[in-house]
Each structure stands twice: as C-alpha cells, then as structure tokens.
Design a protein around this ligand. Structure first.
Ligand code: A2P
Length: 353
C-alpha cells in the first residue's frame, strides 16, 4: 500500500518489509504520547506515522525516530492508506471513527471501553489470550488498565490452580483520568505545599494528599461504580471465565502513573505461597518483588516506566482455613502495560510475524 499525501514517510532504511502505515488517534494525550514512545522504543516496524488529535492540537510537533511529526486534526479522511490505527481518544471518538478506519482497511487497536464487551471484538492481554487476536474483524479492544495489570499475574495462577473467586481493591493513579488529571495532581500538590487554595478542575475532589472513590458514576442499583463494573466484566472475558465471582473497590490515589492492586484469590484446590511465587517467577510480563526481610514489595514508583507487572506480598489468606486462598499485591505502569504497551504488543502479534 502506498502512503497517501498526508503521510510523513520515513527513511526506508528505518523500516522493515511489510511495515504498516500507522496512525495514532489521541496522539497528544497521556496514552497517545506513550504509544509513540512504545513504537519507537520497541523498534516497531513503521512505514509512516500519522498523529491525530482534536483541532485544538493541530500543528503541535512531536519527534519520532529523529523526524518531526506534525499533529493533524482527526477527520473522516484521516485513515486513507492507514494499515494500523491505535485509538486513545475516548470512547465517543472510537465509536465514531473506528468503523471508518476499518472501512478504510486499517486494523484498529482501541484503548477505549467502546467495544470491550462486544462479543465480536477480541479483548486481549497478549500474555493471557493472544490467540483471540486471530478472530478479529478489524477491531481489537485493549482492556481496562486494572483488568490488564491484574490478569497478567493472575493468569499464571489460574492456568494451574483454577481461580474460583477474587476480592480486590485498586489504588489507581491520576494517569487513568488523562493528562489533565496528572497536571491537576502536580498543580494541586504544589499549591498545597505553598499553602495556597486550589479549586479542582478535573477531579471532583481535592487530589493533593487525599484519595477518593473512583470518579466514575455509581450505579444506585448495584452500589458499584463504572470502573468497578468494567474491571469485573473484563477480567471475566480475559480469563475466559464468564461466571467468575469478582468483587473490587476502585480508589483513586495521588500517584502519577502506576496502579497498585490488592488481590485475595480463592482457587479450586489448596495452593502454597511458595508454589504461587514459583509460578509467578516464570510468568511472562511479571517480576516478583517479594523481599520480606526488607519489607520491599511492589510500589508504584518502581513500577513506573516498567513493562512488567510487579507482584509480591504473596501469602496465605488467613481468613480461609482450607488453604485454597492467597493474597498478593501487584503494581503496574498504567500508561505502559495498562494501556500503550499492551496495545503495541497486540499490534506486534499482527504486524511482526
Ligand atoms: P487534544 O489534545 O487535541 O484534546 P487524555 O486522555 O490524556 O485526556 O487525551 C485524550 C486525547 O484524545 C488527546 O490527544 C485529545 O486531543 C484527543 N481527543 C479528544 N477529543 C477528541 C476529538 N473529538 N477528536 C480527536 N481527538 C480527540
């Protein structure tokens, strides 16, 4: 396929055969910038790259492999000649433009929640269910960040011991609410330290030195908020366990870009912490951080910038005398494995034979 006139083509020496023409939708956002970084740092084959955002950002410049790229305003013609479209501009934009991209011949990897529960759209964490990619019909959904960060380590345990029930609490970073929320955390913390008043603009509540229930709306019928419901539904889909009982409380904490999750997991049979630790040590995408002597366990600051999910505090659940339950604590970079990296890993399965 030849690039259309809007594409900024690269030096052919930098591209590989069959390298796709790529577009990033939402390129100026917190995830969009990391998509660009992941394509570059993972040496993803790229024939040309188009950066798309709202008209507000048209003309902004980014550098990719030593070349300057200019952001264009997204419109219906943006996908002519595009082979791979990485979407991260919210579900409204995905619902409107992903079908247009598919019609133009692109494979869409969508970071939004728009298609995640559509049974015809695979919901993929490559370490867990890469096989689902094959059945795609143009769109592949990138799961919710908490669902990704939890299922990467849980899959290793599920495969061997079969999970029967999960009870979880999340400690979610600002990045999940976008670049403006990250900026609000920085600005409100600076104001707090200077003793100045700060009126929240993005979050509903003061963010500096505070935490609060996830900002998505609570369904009065269930008492669960939108994020909690997404995590439950998506974990079931990813683990291919449609009836799996899952309960989670999602909390926003004043951390910039890595989520942590406390997990208590019941299995079909007894499992020791030692056996679970050994499985996690061999699991792809997991790094065990479980130094009891030094009280050193997964932390957001150490997960930041890492592709792996950190897992530790692996211990028996003392509330279950059967020996079938364990508790653990995990942390992962929300913008990388929770979003951009997972999306690029999906694309690698398609475009990097
Ligand atoms: P823009 O920066 O021009 O608003 P975040 O999740 O960090 O808030 O980023 C959201 C991303 O989605 C940004 O790149 C933003 O672009 C983009 N975006 C939001 N609304 C639209 C839209 N209607 N059309 C195209 N891109 C959009």
């Amino acid at each position: 396929m030849s690039p259309d006139t809007h594409h900024q083509s690269f030096n052919p020496a930098l591209t590989q055969s069959r390298a796709p023409h790529v577009a990033i939708v939402g390129a100026t956002g917190a995830v969009g910038v990391e998509l660009l970084n992941c394509l570059e740092s993972r040496d993803f084959p790229v024939a040309s790259l188009k950066l798309l955002a709202s008209p507000r950002s048209a003309g902004q410049k980014f550098s990719f492999r030593g070349q300057e790229l200019v952001v264009e305003a997204l419109d219906e013609n943006s996908f002519n000649g595009v082979d791979l479209a990485l979407f991260s501009a919210g579900s409204g934009v995905s619902k409107q433009y992903a079908p247009i991209a598919v019609k133009a011949g692109a494979v869409v990897v969508d970071n939004s929640s728009a298609f995640r529960m559509d049974p015809s759209v695979p919901l993929v964490v490559p370490e867990v269910n890469a096989g689902q990619i094959e059945g795609h019909a143009g769109i592949i959904a990138n799961p919710n960040c908490v669902a990704i960060i939890a299922t990467v380590p849980l899959q290793a345990l599920h495969r061997r011991y079969s999970i029967r029930r999960i009870i979880a609490s999340s400690y979610q970073a600002a990045s999940g609410a976008g670049a403006a929320a990250m900026e609000e955390l920085r600005a409100s913390t600076a104001a707090w330290l200077e003793g100045k008043a700060y009126e929240p603009k993005v979050m509903r509540h003061p963010y500096a030195f505070n935490l609060f229930s996830h900002d998505s709306a609570v369904d009065p019928a269930t008492g669960y908020n939108g994020e909690e419901t997404k995590v439950v539904m998506e974990m079931r889909r990813i683990l291919d366990a449609p009836e799996l009982p899952v309960n989670i409380t999602c909390i926003r904490v004043p951390v910039l870009r890595a989520h942590a999750i406390s997990l208590t997991v019941e299995f079909a049979e007894p499992v020791t912490p030692e056996a679970a630790r050994a499985l996690l040590e061999g699991a792809p995408g997991v790094r065990v951080v479980d130094d009891v002597e030094n009280n050193h366990f997964p932390m957001p600051n150490e997960a930041t910038g890492q592709g792996d999910v950190l897992a530790g505090r692996i211990r028996r659940d003392i509330s279950d005398a059967s020996g079938k339950s364990l508790s653990l604590f995990v942390a992962g970079d929300q913008l990388l494995k929770g979003a951009a990296l997972n999306a690029v890993q999906i694309a690698e399965r398609i475009f990097r034979a």
